[in-house]
Design a protein around this ligand. Structure first.
Ligand SMILES: [Zn+2]
Length: 203
């Protein structure tokens, strides 16, 4: 369900679309006519993890809301008061029961439809998988077996596969979606595997 901002969160006056001079010129936004509060509508940061085990397999999980056969990365919202690194360690632990022992950044991508920005990490983990109720099943896939999809989390997975010296294979994540990757969103450089990992912060 998506919600629309209708009232000023500061003084409860109904918001209005108003144009005002900003650094980039005149800009229409929802603004409060009483106290001048502005609804900026900035994107929400979402964290994602390519979770790798000691057998060099990636964990792909199915959300309870997704149809059968649809698997993706571990994702979650960044919370107030935490760094993105601490946030992804928390999400991986909460959703899979696995402890992150090292991580590195893979990149960031936009998700315009949901007004989100994705920040993706590659994490190495230890422990046994215990799924949270929001996930219903999971699978471990090797870099050869894993199929990517043309959106932010899929491009993050493609980076990980390339770091194994393999060419990622793209398939459609959802029916009717083009399986063609967008090169502009998937810079095809190789990763130097060593030296990019760091110890995770405590969560
Ligand atoms: Zn107001």
């Amino acid at each position: 369900m998506s919600h629309e901002m209708r009232f000023c969160p500061s003084c409860a006056t109904p918001l209005q679309w108003r144009s005002q001079q900003e650094d980039s010129g005149m800009k229409a936004r929802l603004r409060c006519p009483a106290c001048d509060w502005t609804h900026w509508g900035n994107p929400t940061p979402v964290l994602a993890a390519v979770v790798e085990n000691d057998a060099e397999q990636v964990l792909l999980a199915r959300n309870a809301l997704w149809q059968e056969g649809m698997f993706g990365l571990i994702t979650g919202f960044m919370e107030a008061g935490e760094s993105p690194e601490a946030g992804i360690c928390r999400e991986v632990l909460e959703e899979t029961g696995l402890r992150v022992k090292a991580l590195r950044i893979l990149g960031s991508w936009e998700f315009l439809r949901m007004n989100q920005v994705l920040i993706a990490y590659h994490v190495r983990v230890e422990g046994e998988v215990r799924l949270s109720p929001e996930l219903v099943e999971y699978q471990w896939k090797s870099a050869q077996e894993a199929r990517c999809w043309p959106s932010g989390t899929g491009y993050a997975l493609a980076h990980w596969i390339r770091s194994k010296g393999l060419e990622p294979q793209f398939g459609a994540f959802r029916p009717n979606q083009s399986p063609e990757p967008d090169p502009a969103k998937w810079p095809p450089q190789y990763w130097a595997e060593d030296g990019r990992f760091m110890l995770p912060p405590a969560v």
